[in-house]
Design a protein around this ligand. Structure first.
Ligand SMILES: O=C(O)CCC(=O)C(=O)O
Ligand SMILES: [Fe+2]
Length: 361
């Protein structure tokens, strides 16, 4: 997109303004407004939830850095079978703590302060809610602050709460560390896809990192609402920092929702739609959602690794083989075209989006 003009937005799309859920709960914690009550078939049900959380793969980044081939094979299996894994020994523990504190400081601000960073009508950056495209759409039980954090020249500083001491430094440091972690993952995935170590990193072009900071207030009726509706991420990969004491993220695995139990200091990583297309469907971008807790609010920060606008989502040549891996994804769709397509719709699960990238569509 070239250099960003102030106030011009990102050109990704926009979302309609909605009330702050945190404020709704502060005023009346017992009553759930109609707009947040999901239709019966979308509500989280205990019977849809699996108990195999401990099977979600855990990858040791320090082993990947050393070139450990067993760990690389584990990563390969994780991306194929789960599309989700947790990363430990990433060397960024202190940074994660500071990032959590910065987020907490932001959501603790009075509403009138937070509104100063409100999403403009032509943008997805800022304080508000994402994917709101119509006035009668059901809403998710969260508030968010979305910032483009990398590269530094893409930041739109009007959305950054610079009055909070240390906020900018914490987000900067966090984004820098996450770039190091994601580069290591890309290097390993490149080798697994049969291309040079640097291939995937370079394929992104001028890569961006967008951080979505989520605040999920406690909810008197977690059975009626969702913190985030089922969706897949349009990123290449996403790295998620979540609170340690509540299990709320759930991933769709073999037809059932599997909760992702937090491992203190771990990052949750998932394959996004762009990587699924580049890998010709070998690595899976998995549908996920977040539920709410009756007592505790929860925070998370999802860092989306975003390819440059003009990058095409063609499957890598090494991932297409007439006999063994017939082509599933088409050539020629630019990333920005796909991103605009996904952001213009309400979240309605993964299939609706990624079908756009497949052959015969
Ligand atoms: O908060 C979570 O656990 C999930 C957030 C998420 O999926 C997202 O922001 O894309
Ligand atoms: Fe997500």
């Amino acid at each position: 997109m070239g250099t960003m003009q102030e106030d011009e937005g990102l050109g990704y799309g926009s979302s309609l303004p909605v009330p702050s859920v945190q404020e709704i709960v502060r005023n009346d914690a017992q009553n759930i407004p109609e707009r947040y009550i999901k239709n019966l078939d979308e509500r989280p049900k205990a019977s849809d939830i699996s108990s195999i959380s401990d099977d979600i793969p855990v990858i040791d980044l320090s082993l990947l850095v050393k070139g450990d081939e067993d760990e690389r094979s584990k990563l390969d299996a994780a991306c194929q079978k789960w599309g989700f894994f947790q990363i430990i020994n990433h060397g960024a523990d202190g940074v994660l703590t500071r990032m959590k504190a910065a987020m907490a400081d932001f959501f603790d601000l009075p509403l009138s302060e937070k509104k100063k960073y409100g999403m403009a009508t032509n943008d997805v950056q800022g304080y508000g809610q994402g994917y709101v495209v119509s006035d009668d759409q059901k809403l998710d039980w969260n508030d968010l602050l979305f910032l483009i954090a990398m590269p530094p020249e893409s930041r739109n500083i009007k959305y950054w709460p610079l009055t909070i001491p240390g906020f900018k430094e914490a987000v900067e440091e966090y984004a820098t560390e996450l770039q190091r972690v994601s580069d290591e993952i890309f290097a390993n995935l490149s080798l697994l896809m049969g291309v040079d170590k640097d291939f995937l990193k370079q394929l992104h072009g001028d890569v961006k990192q967008g951080i979505r900071m989520n605040y999920y207030p406690s909810c008197a009726r977690p059975d009626l609402v969702l913190g985030v509706s089922p969706h897949s991420d349009a990123s290449s990969i996403t790295l998620l920092l979540q609170d340690d004491d509540i299990t709320a993220l759930q991933i769709m695995h073999e037809g059932i929702w599997v909760p992702v139990n937090p491992i203190p200091t771990a990052l949750v990583v998932n394959i996004g739609d762009a990587m699924e297309a580049w890998s010709n469907g070998k690595y899976k971008s998995i549908e996920h959602r977040a539920v709410t807790d009756v007592e505790k609010p929860r925070m998370s920060a999802a860092a989306f690794v975003i390819p440059a606008n003009d990058v095409e989502l063609n499957p890598l040549k090494t991932m297409v083989d007439h006999h063994l891996q017939p082509r599933i994804f088409k050539d020629g769709v630019k990333y920005i075209e796909y991103l605009r397509y996904t952001l213009a719709k309400k979240m309605e699960g993964k299939l609706a989006n990624i079908e756009y990238l497949k052959l015969n569509n």
